[in-house]
Design a binder for this molecule. Structure first.
Ligand code: RI2
Length: 367
């Protein structure tokens, strides 16, 4: 992605690997401060996923793969048995960071598998190669979703999106924001409504920032305003990302997605989910099997931001001792979803069939 920092333009990925170091944009500080963080061990990478330095299903999948590669490099001096035990313990540490986005589990499984054959040096090389391949696959998938999704967006469309499913949620480009980028770059006049997305405010902090960087016309709206604009006929198209999609098309995505989907249906607006095949989980027959992450009540009781001097701080918005609940995701039943924009095309109902076919398009690419 193209990032302007202090007047200078940089072309960057959300995260990347340099030998045993993982580098990532610190998404907790955006848009007020731009910082690249270096993670020196798989434990540090796991902590970065848990603390949402890096977030978004695609990006945490890549981070999980890099974490396993770091573990393999950390264990390269060990014998085969201790190497295996070390990598497997590291994989478990990485798996325990965030439960909902399935990309994380698919990537860790693939890298752990790569670490299981041959001599220790062969295992190390295969693990690193697999982690890098997954990053590349993520990049390619975003490009494809951008192309397939663009075909659905007409000139003049006003598009609503929730949370951040942009370049920062992947290696680059994103899922839901990829079609928007392609449409804008191809000269279509589009306008984006970006939902604020409490409690972490990924819409306000990340999506609005990405759209601004790209020069795409947009307005940030509070989460409660989406229905208002839909009823007024000011939204033509809704597109969101996904953290896990069950075999029947039920989709877990950021909390608040479900109500946007119901409102879209009520108002006759197409509602699309953009996600690569890595986000589909055939082991979940429907949305009931998807674990929903419950995060700290602090995220509800407090907000983070910068004051007029740019000083970054945390402010309490509820009374001391307030009891809060904080489910991070919800499940949108498949019946509200018009289609899935994937890296192999747009999937239509009946989803059990179209999803199964899409996942078998290129054997072995999805866990
Ligand atoms: P991609 C986010 O969760 C949101 O649910 C968002 O839609 C999704 O990840 C984007 O992921 P969080 O990690 O599918 O910010 O676009 O809690 O990668």
């Amino acid at each position: 992605m193209r990032v302007k920092v202090n007047g200078e333009t940089h072309e960057l990925w959300t995260l990347w690997r340099e030998g045993s170091e993982v580098k990532m944009i610190d998404q907790r500080l955006l848009p007020h401060r731009f910082m690249i963080l270096t993670l020196y061990s798989h434990q540090e990478t796991a902590e970065a996923i848990r603390d949402m330095v890096v977030r978004g299903a695609g990006a945490i999948g890549v981070a999980g793969g890099y974490g396993v590669a770091q573990a393999a490099l950390e264990a390269q001096g060990k014998n085969q048995k201790t190497f295996k035990a070390y990598v497997s313990e590291a994989a478990d540490t990485l798996r325990a960071t965030r439960p909902t986005a399935v990309n994380l589990f698919h990537a860790i499984d693939k890298c752990e598998k790569a670490a299981s054959k041959g001599s220790v040096p062969e295992r190390v090389a295969a693990t690193c190669a697999e982690a890098d391949r997954l990053a590349q696959e993520d990049l390619e998938a975003s490009k494809k979703m951008g192309e397939y999704g663009n075909a659905l967006i007409k000139d003049g469309f006003r598009v609503l999106t929730h949370c951040n499913a942009g370049a920062l949620a992947f290696i680059d480009n994103g899922s839901a924001l990829a079609p928007i980028r392609v449409a804008h770059r191809s000269g279509k006049h589009i306008f984006v409504y970006a939902d604020e997305t409490r409690p972490r405010s990924q819409g306000a902090k990340l999506t609005a920032w990405e759209l601004q960087q790209e020069g795409i016309p947009y307005a940030l709206i509070v989460d409660n305003a989406a229905g208002h604009y839909m009823r007024l006929g000011e939204v033509d198209f809704v597109v969101v990302g996904a953290d896990r999609i069950a075999a029947n098309g039920d989709t877990a995505n950021k909390i608040g997605t479900y109500e946007k989907a119901v409102l879209a249906k009520e108002n006759g607006i197409p509602f699309y989910v953009a996600a690569p095949r890595m986000t589909f989980d055939l082991k979940c027959p429907n949305g009931d099997g998807i674990e929903i992450e419950e995060r700290s009540p602090d995220e509800v009781n407090w907000v983070w931001g910068a004051d007029e001097n740019g000083k970054y701080s945390k402010v309490r918005i509820s009374a001391d001792g307030t009891v809060a609940k904080n489910p991070s995701f919800d499940v949108t039943p498949a019946k509200y979803i018009t289609g899935f924009i994937t890296d192999v095309g747009v999937l239509r109902p009946p989803y059990r069939r179209s999803i199964r076919e899409a996942l078998h398009t290129r054997k072995g690419s999805v866990g």
